[in-house]
Design a binder for this molecule. Sequence first.
Ligand SMILES: C[S@@+](CC[C@H](N)C(=O)[O-])C[C@H]1O[C@@H](n2cnc3c(N)ncnc32)[C@H](O)[C@@H]1O
Length: 416
Amino acid sequence: MASEGLAARMAAVGLLGAVLGEGRLMAQVLADPQGPLAGLPPGDRARAQRLALAVLRHVEPADQVLAPHLRKSPPRLVRDAMRLAVVEIALGGAAHGAVNAAVEIVRRGKRTAPFAGLVNAVLRKVPADPFAGLPPQRMPRWLRQPLVHAYGRDGVTAMEAVQAMTPPLDLTLRAGAEAPEGAVLPTGTLRLEEKGQVSALPGYAAGGWWVQDAAAALAVGLLAPQAGERVLDLCAAPGGKTLQLAAAGAAVTAVDLSEPRMARLRENLSRCGLAADLITADALEWQPDQAFDAVLLDAPCSATGTIRRHPDLPFVKDGSELPALVELQARLLDRALGMVRPGGRVVFCTCSLLPDEGEGQLAAALARHPGLRVERVALPGVDEAWWTAEGGLRLRPDLWADRGGMDGFFMVRLGL
Ligand SMILES: C[S@@+](CC[C@H](N)C(=O)[O-])C[C@H]1O[C@@H](n2cnc3c(N)ncnc32)[C@H](O)[C@@H]1O
């Protein structure tokens, strides 16, 4: 008899194979119509995704639990099925269900079936609290090293502890909007612990809120758009910040290179009853007719600040894209500075933990543009300690750790 939840667990193991075995990003695998979730009902899809993400947050400790019981490494699918069972047990799932499912998944494959006995024997030895005393999963070396240099060993361990947690769901609210029940953070973001389906939450259809991490929501606060101002959102899609700018009453032009991402921005604007001028173009080439009062540049980056939401990233990326990204960010920032009127302002931000994509970009921009000033503005709920000596905001996953943390970001406002 197929055990309950088997289809979702098999799909989760399929997702793990795609990420850990084939080096594909989770977002790509989820969007693949032939991918491991093909044909699954929505509930199973969501469960499979949740389980795979949970395993990706704990691969290292799960392997530490399994290692003493394995003389040699079993085939990938067998290992992933065992990792899944260990993580389920660690997160409080019923051990018998998790173990039976892993055995069944392994039994179904011709090549893996001979390992069913081993899987059963090993998983029956897993204690009720398998991760007790184990450190959280570490970030890969290419990333950890510069982070230890920037934030110290304890700082990085604190970030890793938050990255091991399931992140809360953060919503940016419009004034007076109907919203689900949650905790309002000091910066105004509404935080929900229990997620479920986003589109089923109160107020979704009315469009009074949208999903956006608490840290990401601060960039628009820093820009402080005024009603009627002409604001350019450069690298805008899928548009969490575009919506904020439009909701503030600014006349927004949103530019992004990616048509599929722009389609999502269009949908988001339509659901929320907001408007912006959308332009699909390369920001390195596109030229506006007239300068803007303000520009928000949310530049493409390593996204290392979002690992708690995208735990696949450390297994897929190796840091080799970094030099090209750093160069692109600098070119985009120079473009942004050229599109704002004298006396205007630019906010530069990246969802990266790496100083090369944040503090380093600020230092380099100040050196390239001698007239540029860093502007600090009062932001409700923002701790004084989050500002850097140079006037940027350094946001880290371990800030508000007891409330569920926040994405890593660097942001700075520049005045011309
Ligand atoms: C960090 S994401 C932007 C997130 C967005 N601001 C938001 O709040 O939802 C970076 C974006 O930059 C876009 N991008 C990358 N290179 C670009 C370029 N040369 N010109 C325009 N957009 C670009 C990507 O398509 C991606 O959507």
